[in-house]
Design a protein around this ligand. Structure first.
Ligand code: PPE
Length: 311
């Protein structure tokens, strides 16, 4: 049985969480969403950076002039309740806000704004051995959107048409992921991950002006690296810097901290997970699995015994 879905303030069964085919979102991609992970710890399920994710959801909605009828606190509570209700010890959480029923046509202003929160179990995003062995990736032939075309900082459903072109090509080419460049040719990010480069013990990552999604895992890894004495520079990165890096890794909620072992068949460093990547990966997993949490990144969830699904 799949867990119930929180839908506009109520729990409905997985099967009953439906939308109409004439919903605005189906035709025009008008949704904003989040991806959050909840980890199993000795103190119960713990959500990683809940508040920051839900604030980004509100920010994405603001850009698209969607009025969500819930406050940040109400949304945070709804996420926690959805996890409690599911009874899952660990899960991926997908809050989504979309333009629903109303008039047809591009103008969304008179369509409903619907909110749903789903949870499911999600293993390693980039393959079973990815975290340890690293992944083989390519530079995508599709660019990330140009500034002033789509707002890159909004995590909007429509953006992922571009992302899925990148991902499909990568898969067809036998790679795990594609790295997108900006329209002026600098490194941006993966189809669903930010990217870090290590060169001579310094970390580099693309700035928000390189049309990236400002990732919450990216922000977390920056904090963890700073705490370990690394210097981190947000700077424009040229394509060939990828090939010449000592280490490369992706960050993202789904991807967590995933090493990259080749790009366009160039071996990165020694073609396996490097020491800096390993150190930051360990630091990340230590926090999310309930170790020391100096930044207060975890929200603990109580799972009542009667949790489960409605019948
Ligand atoms: N860039 C993009 C384009 C992106 O989609 C994500 C998350 C990130 C960067 C990393 O952001 P953050 O999760 O805040 O560290 N991608 C989500 C969706 C993946 C999917 O296939 O769906 C995710 O990781 O949840």
């Amino acid at each position: 049985m799949k867990p119930d879905i929180w839908f506009n303030g109520e729990f409905v069964s997985h099967e009953d969480a439906q939308v109409h085919v004439l919903s605005h979102v189906i035709h025009y991609g008008s949704s904003v969403f989040e991806g959050i992970r909840c980890y199993e710890t000795e103190r119960g399920p713990a959500v990683f950076r809940l508040e920051e994710h839900m604030q980004r959801l509100l920010d994405s909605a603001k850009v698209y002039r969607m009025e969500i009828p819930y406050t940040l606190d109400e949304l945070n509570t709804a996420v926690v309740e959805t996890i409690e209700h599911s009874g899952l010890p660990a899960c991926y959480i997908r809050p989504v806000v979309f333009r629903g029923e109303g008039p047809m046509g591009v103008n969304p202003l008179d369509n409903t704004v619907d909110t749903a929160i789903a949870v499911w179990e999600w293993g390693q995003y980039l393959g079973e051995e990815a975290l340890e062995k690293g992944v083989d990736v390519e530079v995508a032939s599709w660019n990330r959107m140009a500034p002033n075309t789509f707002p890159a900082m909004a995590k909007a459903g429509g953006n992922y048409l571009n992302a899925s072109l990148v991902k499909m090509n990568a898969v067809k080419n036998g790679k795990m992921e594609g790295i997108m460049l900006t329209t002026d040719g600098y490194v941006a990010e993966g189809s669903g991950e930010n990217l870090f480069l290590v060169k001579d013990e310094t970390l580099y990552t693309a700035p928000s002006s390189s049309t990236i999604l400002p990732g919450i895992t990216r922000d977390s890894v920056i904090a963890l690296a700073e705490a370990r004495g690394y210097s981190i520079e947000e700077k424009r990165i040229a394509r060939e810097e990828l090939y010449l890096a000592d280490e490369l890794f992706f960050t993202g909620t789904a991807a967590e901290v995933t090493p990259i072992r080749t790009v366009d068949d160039y071996e990165i460093g020694r073609g396996k997970r490097g020491p800096v990547t390993k150190e930051l990966q360990d630091a990340f997993f230590d926090v999310v699995q309930g170790g020391e949490d100096p930044h207060d990144w975890l929200t603990f969830v109580d799972v009542p015994e009667e949790a489960g699904v409605t019948t």
